[in-house]
Design a protein around this ligand. Structure first.
Ligand code: PEP
Length: 255
């Protein structure tokens, strides 16, 4: 059975005090209200992570993630954070390849292949993001784009390593826009991603890969999206900043 995951991406929001209080609310609601095996992952700014790991200790269904990491082990990279540092404070997941990192920080598939390698080397679980822009979808190139993002950044991995990834399909045109992909559009791409994984590796690897949908997901549209056969949860931006909304999204997997 594939793991169901609802991951929140706080981006550059919430100061330290606000972050602690939001996370505490999430942990309490998860303890009281989640009855399935779904995993909730909170990907917060770096300065919050150590404290969030401590606050989440003992709550099996809650994990902490970072939103990025550097591709080198250590060294003269002023302002950067290594995967070893993240591991040393108990972080379990790391978002890699978010479209905002690709767009504003010039992250390429080649660079992301290195980040994926080092994350796996340190047993940090990547939530690896792929997705097309509006122009790419409108010109019918979305399947090619998604295929090359996957192939260039992750298909060099052994099947054993690939199986440690969580994939997030996030159409760029749906991120932070309030425009959600329809459940049919999202399912079509998720099925395509799973097929590509089966072709590259094995059907068994594809069947076990958790593929999240991200892009204006909220408590109203989550049920329909997560009911699709190839959608195993969500990567949630805006709605993860409200504890009630975020946990309501995770509660879709209660039933
Ligand atoms: C995201 O940033 O990964 C995201 C899905 O954002 P939002 O839910 O706000 O569209």
């Amino acid at each position: 059975m594939r793991k169901k995951i609802v991951a929140g991406n706080w981006k550059m929001n919430k100061d330290y005090k606000e972050g602690m209080s939001l996370f505490s609310e999430v942990v309490n609601m998860v303890k009281d209200e989640l009855i399935g095996n779904q995993q909730v992952v909170v990907c917060a700014p770096y300065i919050h992570l150590h404290s969030l790991v401590a606050l989440g200790k003992g709550t099996r269904q809650v994990s902490v993630g970072a939103q990025n990491a550097h591709q080198e082990e250590s060294g003269a990279f002023t302002g950067e954070i290594s995967v070893g540092m993240l591991k040393s404070v108990g972080v379990e997941y790391v978002i890699l390849g978010h479209s905002e990192r690709r767009q504003y920080f010039g992250e390429t598939n080649e660079l992301l292949a290195k980040k994926t390698d080092i994350a796996l080397k340190h047993s940090l679980k990547p939530i690896f993001c792929i997705g097309e822009t509006l122009a790419e979808r409108e010109s019918g190139k979305h399947f090619d784009i998604i295929k090359s993002q996957l192939a260039e950044a992750t298909f060099h991995l052994s099947a054993e390593d690939f199986a440690k990834l969580v994939i997030a399909y996030e159409p760029v045109w749906a991120i932070g826009t309030g425009v959600t992909a329809s459940s049919n559009q999202a399912q079509e791409v998720h099925a395509f991603i799973r097929k590509e994984i089966a072709i590259q590796y094995h059907q068994a690897v594809a069947d076990e890969t958790t593929i999240l949908y991200g892009g204006s997901c909220n408590p109203k549209n989550a049920s329909e999206l997560f009911a699709q056969p190839d959608i195993d949860g969500g990567l949630i931006g805006g709605a993860s900043l409200k504890s009630r909304d975020f946990v309501d999204i995770a509660k879709v997997f209660n039933s």
